[in-house]
Design a protein around this ligand. Structure first.
Ligand SMILES: [Zn+2]
Length: 440
């Protein structure tokens, strides 16, 4: 753009006239080339109106073709999956021998590096899960199955070993800034999550040490009740033990808020979820849960709980990351990509579009939906939602933006609590008999 600044003559001398006439000739040529190009585009656009958007000429807009649109969305905002069970496959198939595990080749279940790349994954939580003990092994008060803390340490170890074995593909992350810089470097941000407070050995001190080891969420329960909270069971609700959180469970949530450990409400009973949602000062997550209104199983989140999620009065910011497990998605044999999209749209409708994400549960499930067989298939889900009218902004939130906002919120609350001098919780599980009784 030619502007007349104070140093330029308002009346041109001969030299500037000559220069200007050259400029005009050059411009005329440029304009005719551009005009010819625009006419050509216009002709093609008349033949196929989607052409203009398909080649991305309309700036900022997504191509009309759903597959191209999905690729474009995932280029900007790759998937951050809330829950992948790869470490338990390492344990059960390779006895955690990191050297033997061919993550850069063909893995037996749903996850390996080539398919993560094909699926445009920018990050995921590695679930350092170990199962609930049998009731007879842990005893009536959950006291005896303390080897689960050892096993959790082994799962943290195998996850870290695999992350560092492939430094060109994975980038270990413990914060939102770490996730973002991994994505900028075209690596897969790798964050750790503990799937059930039964893995804490009844101890808030263990929670603190898991945080030190890099764990950034703890699911309050798995399929079993524990000293802190009630589980929802699996498909059918369990008989409650604490009617939500136990007194120690409330302290656990407070300590998680202080640390910046995300409170994960997947697997919890409706009462646990409601109480934790109301008690937590920080935004919370469901790392891998779908919508009960779409498929009525205990493991899915009911509308009453979804309605407590949001930015309004009496609501808490959260993200519900939708689970792909066949039995949670639809009736036997009916789980497919459309049904998963239905769950996502329902949560977007009831909780709000800023409160939904993806938490596939890959490697931890036996039945995958048709069209979403493994981690290479996320683009198909994005394409399905685009076809249903989802905007670029909403899709970018779904793939990872909503989760990052929630995690940033939890980091901020932790910073504030620590700055205010909030003390760590030293509450002890009262059923323990290995410590002296509390002095009165
Ligand atoms: Zn799970």
């Amino acid at each position: 753009m030619n502007g007349h600044g104070e140093t330029e003559p308002l009346i041109p001398n001969d030299e500037t006239v000559q220069r200007d006439s050259r400029t005009l000739r050059n411009r005329a040529v440029a304009w005719s080339v551009l005009t010819a190009f625009l006419i050509a585009v216009g002709v093609v656009a008349l033949v196929d109106p989607s052409f203009v958007s398909d080649i991305g000429l309309s700036s900022g807009k997504l191509p009309r073709d759903p597959k191209l649109a999905a690729q474009r969305v995932l280029d900007i905002a790759p998937v951050i999956d809330g829950h992948i069970d790869l470490p338990i496959v390492a344990r059960f198939v390779w006895r955690n021998n990191v050297t033997d595990i061919p993550l850069d080749g063909q893995m037996p279940m749903h996850v390996d590096i080539p398919r993560l790349r094909e699926g445009k994954v920018g990050g995921f939580f590695w679930s350092v899960y170990v199962g609930c003990a049998k009731p007879e092994d842990e005893g009536a008060d959950f006291l005896t199955a303390t080897w689960r803390v050892r096993d959790t340490l082994e799962q943290i170890d195998v996850a870290k070993g695999l992350i560092s074995k492939y430094p060109n593909d994975f980038s270990y992350a413990v914060s939102t800034s770490g996730i973002k810089s991994a994505i900028r470097d075209r690596k897969i941000a790798s964050i750790l999550g503990v799937e059930g407070a039964h893995q804490l050995g009844n101890s808030i001190a263990v929670l603190r040490q898991y945080y030190e080891l890099g764990v950034r969420y703890v699911t309050l329960t798995h399929t079993c009740h524990n000293a802190f909270a009630d589980s929802c069971g699996y498909l059918i609700p369990s008989v409650p033990r604490h009617y939500g959180l136990s007194p120690l469970g409330f302290r656990l949530v407070e300590e998680m808020n202080r640390l910046g450990m995300l409170v994960d409400l997947s697997h919890t009973s409706d009462m646990t979820a409601t109480q934790a949602l109301l008690h937590s000062k920080a935004p919370v997550i469901w790392s891998h849960s779908s919508a009960r209104a779409i498929h009525d199983v205990a493991r899915n989140v009911p509308d009453e709980v979804l309605s407590l999620v949001g930015f309004g009065e009496g609501q808490r910011d959260a993200v519900v990351m939708v689970n792909f497990n066949g039995p949670f998605v639809a009736a036997d044999g009916e789980a497919d990509i459309e049904a998963v999209a239905d769950h996502i749209e329902h949560i977007a409708k009831v909780a709000g579009v800023k409160h939904v994400g993806i938490g596939s549960d890959y490697d931890g499930i036996e039945v995958t939906p048709t069209g979403l067989e493994d981690v290479s298939k996320y683009p198909a889900l994005i394409a399905e939602l685009y076809q249903r009218g989802w905007s670029k902004q909403d899709l970018v939130g779904l793939t990872g933006g909503n989760f990052l906002r929630v995690f940033e919120g939890a980091e901020k609350v932790a910073k504030e609590l620590q700055a205010a001098g909030t003390l760590p919780k030293y509450d002890i599980y009262e059923k323990r008999d290995d410590l002296p009784p509390r002095e009165l």
